[in-house]
Design a protein around this ligand. Structure first.
Ligand code: SF4
Ligand code: SF4
Length: 174
C-alpha cells in the first residue's frame, strides 16, 4: 500500500534499453484514494516538504507538525485517521468531490506521494508492478486512458526522485 511503502535502496542503477518498461508505462490517477488509505502506514516527509505543506495551509511549521505529523522511528510521517475505509492519510479528502477521494494538498504532497507508482520496488520487474497494482489496488496503473502514457524519461525522473528522498531520509546530517 502506498502510504506504508518504502523505496527499495537495493535496486540497481537501471537505465537504458534493457529495462522492462523501456517503452514506457501507462498511469493515470482516477482519484480513488486507495493509495492514501488501507492498513496503518506512513507517509514520510522531510522538513522542507513539511514547511511547504505548512505554508500551503498558512500555518507555522511547529503548529503543522503538532497537528498533522508524528514521528515513527525518528522519521516524520503525516498522521492518519481511522475511517470506514481504513487508515486514511489526514489530507485525503473524501467530501469535496462526490465519488472521489483525492489529496487536499496535491501540489505540495511529499515525494513519496508524488513519485507513486514509479518506486524502485514497483519497477523491479513486471511482476512487482502487477503485484503493486493489485495489492493497492491502483486502477491508475496500466490505465487504458489515452493520456496515461508515461515515457521512460519521466519514469526514470520519478524513480530518481523517490530514491533521492530515501537517501535524504537515511542521511543523519540532512
Ligand atoms: S490508487 Fe492509483 S488511481 Fe487510486 S488515487 Fe492512488 S494513484 Fe490514483
Ligand atoms: S499527502 Fe496526499 S497524496 Fe500523500 S498520502 Fe496524503 S492524501 Fe495521499
Amino acid at each position: 500500500m502506498t502510504k506504508g511503502g518504502r523505496v527499495n535502496e537495493e535496486t540497481t542503477e537501471q537505465a537504458g534499453k534493457d529495462l522492462w518498461y523501456k517503452d514506457g508505462l501507462a498511469f493515470s490517477c482516477s482519484m480513488c484514494g486507495n493509495c492514501c488509505t488501507g492498513p496503518p502506514g506512513a507517509v514520510w516527509f522531510e522538513e522542507d516538504e513539511g514547511r511547504r505543506m505548512a505554508a500551503r495551509l498558512s500555518m507555522e511549521y511547529p503548529s503543522f507538525l503538532k497537528t498533522f505529523a508524528r514521528r515513527i522511528n525518528g522519521r516524520l510521517s503525516l498522521r492518519e485517521r481511522h475511517t470506514r475505509f481504513g487508515y486514511d492519510c489526514v489530507f485525503l479528502d473524501r467530501e469535496s468531490k462526490p465519488g472521489k477521494a483525492f489529496c487536499s494538498l496535491y501540489e505540495t504532497r511529499p515525494s513519496q506521494c508524488r513519485t507513486w507508482p514509479f518506486w524502485s520496488e514497483n519497477l523491479e520487474s513486471k511482476d512487482a508492478w502487477d503485484e503493486a497494482r493489485q495489492r493497492t489496488p491502483c486502477p491508475g496503473m496500466d490505465s487504458d486512458k489515452a493520456q496515461a502514457f508515461v515515457p521512460i524519461e519521466r519514469i526514470l525522473a520519478q524513480l530518481e526522485e523517490s530514491r533521492e528522498a530515501e537517501r535524504r531520509a537515511a542521511d543523519p546530517d540532512w
